[in-house]
Design a protein around this ligand. Structure first.
Ligand SMILES: *Cc1c(COP(=O)(O)O)cnc(C)c1O
Length: 482
């Protein structure tokens, strides 16, 4: 579903249902300097300087635009270590929306994962889920637990007609809960499944998963970080839900989950995180851990200003105009790229547009980091910063060999309400140019490889002088222009 505004002539396109009232100046540096900046960053987009970046599509984390109402709320924050009224406001907003009694603060999403893993994961445990997220897997792995992904085939088919690629395979879930009874502390379901391209599950699938978990008496944990996008897709793709309000859909989602946690860097458009439950025993366990790792129970590592902003941000998530913006602009961008033959993940998901790197540059071997190479090339081509989601983002196998990923994607995130239509059109243009010149793009090799979460700080070099050749071709095709 696109917006409800009809057009007199031409194709329909999505419209921003907000106006820009605070701006940040951007600069686009010449291609030779983009090349230099890419080299200086070890061809790792995480290590680029923001001043060298034109369009920052690295992530949606902590960089969504805030509303006027959020900014206003930050001015009235109640600064106190204990008993802050700001936390009361956040707690009441969260309770109203999710209908859960206990609300605990954490400084961001992975902090909730740390507490969850510390509380429940023992060595040898198995944690079934629809798909893993990097920080989730790392925290479970740290305690000797193992992630078991129960996705359907379509989840990793980059081009598909499946509208709910994030669905968990119910039959396999049922079998695993039986076969591994006693060894499963919880089942985790992630909304707007990040690493497969921001892909949703249906409410129907969640209900079935909830039923199976209840029958097996195993708690269901919902990672709601990307819930806003998933809500949009439930309302627009799931026929039975199309006339219901977002508020009602959230309550039904919440009913299925024993524990909900999320990164408020995404959901709520500020910076922080929350854990919610109705179970007093679980709450008690978490209450012991939050002050240890995060801070007192009425701030949990967040500033009170952010706490106020999250309270308002959560309420704004109930506004369909707010949550539709991201998915509709992503859908537009994906559609334009498909028209031009540029390989992307379909159907369009939330979070961002995902390029299918293996199809984009099929001549680059997996050991030379296909998606990472594409990320470097996209920056050189347009000053656009994406994030590698492929082999580089994985840890090595226990025997030291590279863990080659089935899926190699370059994610171009569209933080919510940040980019305008013209910036998306520019990105499409640069990607079309790069695709026409894809033969020039080559691979990367390690120069410095950290042991943990290597994609954040690792440095690479190009296997040849392909980045220079790409910059020269750009100069030839675009003349003196940027
Ligand atoms: C971002 C994210 C997290 C981690 O949240 P942070 O606030 O970045 O620590 C966890 N799960 C999902 C699905 C995410 O997208």
């Amino acid at each position: 579903m696109d917006n409800d505004i009809a057009f007199f002539k031409g194709d329909s396109f999505p419209i921003e249902m907000h106006k820009v009232r605070i701006v940040q100046k951007l600069t686009l540096i010449p291609v030779e300097e983009r090349l230099k900046a890419a080299r200086a960053a070890g061809f790792n987009t995480f290590l680029l300087k923001n001043s060298d970046v034109f369009l920052d599509m690295l992530t949606d984390s902590g960089v969504n635009a805030m509303s006027d109402r959020q900014l206003a709320a930050m001015m009235t924050a109640d600064d106190s270590y204990a008993g802050s009224m700001s936390f009361d406001r956040l707690k009441s907003a969260a309770t109203n929306i999710f209908n859960k009694q206990y609300v605990l603060p954490v400084h961001q999403g992975r902090a909730a994962e740390n507490i969850l893993a510390e509380a429940f994961v023992k060595a040898g445990n198995i944690i079934p889920m629809n798909y893993h997220f990097t920080t989730t897997k790392a925290h479970i792995g740290l305690r000797g637990g193992k992630v078991l992904e129960l996705y359907n085939k379509s989840a990793i088919q980059l081009q598909s007609e499946e509208m709910f690629k994030g669905n968990i395979d119910i039959a396999r879930l049922e079998n695993v809960l039986k076969a591994e009874a006693g060894n499963i502390p919880f089942v985790r379901i992630e909304a707007g499944t990040n690493l497969i391209g921001g892909q949703p599950w249906s409410l129907c699938n969640l209900r079935e998963a909830g039923k199976v978990c209840r029958a097996a008496k195993i708690p269901l944990v919902l990672d709601a970080s990307l819930l806003a996008d998933n809500l949009y897709f439930i309302k627009t793709r799931e026929l039975a839900e199309k006339d219901r309000t977002i508020a009602d859909i959230i309550k039904d989602i919440s009913k299925e989950a024993d524990i909900i946690y999320f990164s408020a860097r995404k959901l709520g458009c500020a910076r922080g995180g929350l854990i919610l439950t109705d179970d007093p025993r679980v709450n008690e366990i978490f209450m012991g851990l939050v002050p240890l790792y995060e801070g007192f129970l009425t701030y949990g590592g967040m500033s009170v200003r952010e706490i106020e902003a999250i309270a308002v941000g959560l309420e704004e998530t109930l506004d369909f105009d707010m949550i539709r913006h991201g998915p509709e602009f992503i859908n537009f961008m994906v559609g334009e790229l498909v028209k031009r033959g540029v390989p992307v993940v379909t159907p369009a998901g939330g979070l961002g547009c995902h390029l299918d790197a293996k199809k984009f540059i099929p001549h680059v071997p997996p050991e030379e980091f296909i998606a990472g190479s594409l990320g470097a090339a996209v920056f050189i081509a347009g000053g656009i910063r994406g994030m590698e989601r492929g082999t580089l983002s994985e840890e090595r196998n226990p025997d030291g060999s590279e863990h080659i990923c089935d899926v190699e994607m370059l994610r171009l995130a569209l933080p919510r309400r940040v980019f305008t239509m013209s910036q998306i059109k520019y990105t499409v243009d640069r990607l079309e140019w790069l695709y026409a010149n894809r033969d020039i793009v080559g691979g990367l090799k390690w120069v410095y490889e950290p042991k943990m979460l290597r994609f954040f700080n690792g440095r690479l070099d190009s296997v040849s002088d392909w980045p220079e050749k790409l910059a020269q071709k750009f100069r030839k095709d675009f003349g003196e222009s940027l």
